[in-house]
Design a protein around this ligand. Structure first.
Ligand SMILES: [Zn+2]
Length: 137
């Protein structure tokens, strides 16, 4: 099940065809709290997670269409960069195929944007070293 209360949620080995509304892409700041196994929005100056020194990272939220339904999709900076590399569009929408492989810290994504001849390289957000628990590949 990929529609989870209006959010697109991908699992290991999922491949989905979606339409991404480019101008809807919104950058948000979040903290991943390891002990609780979930992320929280950063609240800026008053943020307890910032004060505790928990790394803050950029996440992105976009409005998409999946199987004819309007959903939201949250993704990492690496996915955002791949989308940006694959399209120069600043508005409108693009059709994309997104593949997810693996779970947890071994999760990798590949993205194909219609009109481009190639898939993005597969990438893993933990390889970028901004998480404080970088995984060796
Ligand atoms: Zn914060």
């Amino acid at each position: 099940m990929q529609n989870y209360n209006g959010w697109l949620v991908l699992h290991d080995r999922d491949t989905v065809n979606i339409t991404i509304h480019i101008s809807s892409i919104l950058e948000v700041s979040k903290h991943y709290v390891e002990e609780r196994g979930r992320s929280y929005f950063c609240y800026g100056d008053e943020c307890v997670f910032c004060r505790e020194g928990i790394p803050r990272r950029s996440r992105y939220i976009a409005e998409i269409i999946f199987h004819g339904e309007d959903l939201k999709w949250e993704f990492s900076q690496e996915v955002y960069r791949a989308i940006r590399r694959l399209t120069s569009k600043k508005s409108g929408s693009v059709k994309a195929t997104v593949m997810r492989f693996g779970r947890g810290k071994k999760t990798r994504y590949r993205i194909y944007v219609a009109g481009r001849s190639q898939f993005s390289n597969s990438f893993n957000k933990y390889q970028s070293g901004r998480y404080g628990h970088m995984v060796q590949s």
